[in-house]
Ligand binder design. Structure first.
Ligand code: MLT
Length: 251
């Protein structure tokens, strides 16, 4: 098994991700929000890169079933129903809904992976579920960190390092790692033992606290809070059927 890691989305393009198994990580907060929304019964999430494309797609959906969600500068977009706080995506709000979703970095990274063989969404909240799925599917792995403003983000790198560590412990101790993957594992071991403390100390974590969204951090830091793995198929994120059934029973 080989594990490649792009530490920032600017380092990868659609062609490099084509026909790979890609895991997209945006701990603060798009991955966490996507996982939470689908676990809480959302039917599907359509990731888009721009506010205009989100509005265009939503205009073709019936108003009973659709929600527009996402952020710019961490804040709710004018005219949208929901921001990018996982706390907003409750079963009462999202059950049965199609959510058209655009965020600054996370949804861009997901769209970049649209030609991958499989695209999985990972945060700290579902890291064991992702690791188990990778284990089941086998083969090489490419991790794409959504990062911040096109560049590096510490929380995504630590999450990637934690995932690599767990994948290696689960019968892949001989995995061949790219330099980026080695670096993420080292950074995880150095800084990742107390996720909430880490999230509070990162640039984006500090920014979210400054704009009054600090309560999202414990939600995003809750390792393994949800047992589901959103998968991108034909540009739509859904849970595989069995997980969706279990989530709707639980939610
Ligand atoms: C993003 O996609 O850039 C993030 O999820 C930003 C955020 O809302 O915290």
């Amino acid at each position: 098994m080989r594990i490649d890691l792009f530490l920032a989305p600017g380092l990868a393009d659609e062609q490099l991700l084509r026909e790979k198994t890609v895991v997209v990580i945006d701990v603060l907060r798009a991955s966490t929000t996507i996982v939470t929304a689908l676990y809480n019964g959302a039917r599907e999430i359509i990731p888009t890169t721009t506010i205009d494309s989100a509005a265009r797609i939503a205009s073709n959906l019936s108003s009973e079933v659709k929600l527009l969600g996402g952020e710019r500068n961490g804040k709710v977009i004018d005219g949208f129903h929901l921001g990018n706080s996982p706390r907003e995506y409750t079963p009462e709000r999202v059950k049965g809904k199609t959510i058209v979703f655009t965020t600054t970095n996370g949804s861009q990274a997901v769209v970049k992976a649209r030609y991958a063989t499989a695209t999985l969404i990972c945060g700290l909240v579902n890291i064991t579920a992702v690791q188990e799925q990778i284990q089941r599917v086998g083969g090489d792995l490419t991790i794409l960190c959504a990062g911040r403003e096109g560049g590096f983000s510490l929380e995504d790198t630590v999450c990637a390092g934690m995932l690599i560590q767990r994948v290696m412990e689960g019968r892949n101790e001989d995995a061949e790692l790219s330099d980026g993957a080695v670096a993420a594992r080292v950074i995880y071991r150095a800084l990742g033992k107390v996720p909430l403390k880490l999230l509070r100390s990162t640039e984006h974590g500090k920014y979210l606290q400054e704009i009054g969204l600090g309560e999202d951090l414990p939600v995003c830091a809750a390792v393994d809070r949800t047992p589901v793995v959103p998968v991108l198929e034909e540009n739509v994120l859904r849970l595989p059927r069995e997980a969706a059934k279990a989530a709707s029973v639980g939610g």
